[in-house]
Design a protein around this ligand. Structure first.
Ligand code: FEO
Length: 168
């Protein structure tokens, strides 16, 4: 059993996770259109991972006997300046998601909602990995600049076959 306020907060987070999926699908489309096929694969995996995050929140709401709200989704766009820009915007987005989970943790403590607090811990840990992974790609892209190195990194990103971690 969760409070109505927590239900609203979780529904907001569900929407944010679904938006994340939409955002990464747009980045994957941009990469495909610009022949960065490895990066397109990487962002498609990221899309799938965000869908899993969203569904994790969705099932938690239902398990708690709460109401699921599905808000309308605003387009995230599919236009980017460069591959580096895709990853930089991805990092900025993940940092925003980290702040969102930190706030949810604070709220759960405030509400003395131990179950939700525990639920959020998985995401808090996941965010550390999300930020680290994207930061690593950004560092490599900055290192190589434009040219052959870029395609080498793109090839490496093609090797991602599954999400780094799956929700339990
Ligand atoms: Fe579900 Fe990448 O945050």
């Amino acid at each position: 059993m969760i409070s109505k306020k927590m239900e609203a907060a979780l529904n907001k987070q569900l929407h944010k996770e679904m938006y994340s999926a939409y955002l990464y699908l747009g980045m994957s489309a941009w990469c495909s259109e610009h022949s960065f096929n490895g990066s397109a694969n990487w962002f498609m995996m990221q899309y799938e991972e965000e869908m899993e995050h969203g569904m994790k929140v969705y099932h938690y709401l239902l398990d708690q006997g709460a109401h699921v709200e599905l808000d309308s989704m605003k387009g995230s766009g599919t236009d980017y300046e460069s591959l580096l820009s895709c990853f930089e915007q991805s990092l900025a987005h993940e940092q925003k998601m980290t702040r969102s989970f930190n706030k949810l943790c604070d709220f759960a403590i405030q509400e003395k909602d131990h179950a939700s607090y525990t639920f959020f811990q998985w995401f808090v840990n996941e965010q550390v990995e999300e930020e680290a992974t994207v930061s690593d790609v950004i560092s490599k892209l900055k290192l190589v600049g434009d040219g052959n190195g870029l395609f080498m990194i793109d090839n490496q990103l093609a090797e991602r076959t599954d999400t780094p971690t799956k929700p339990a």
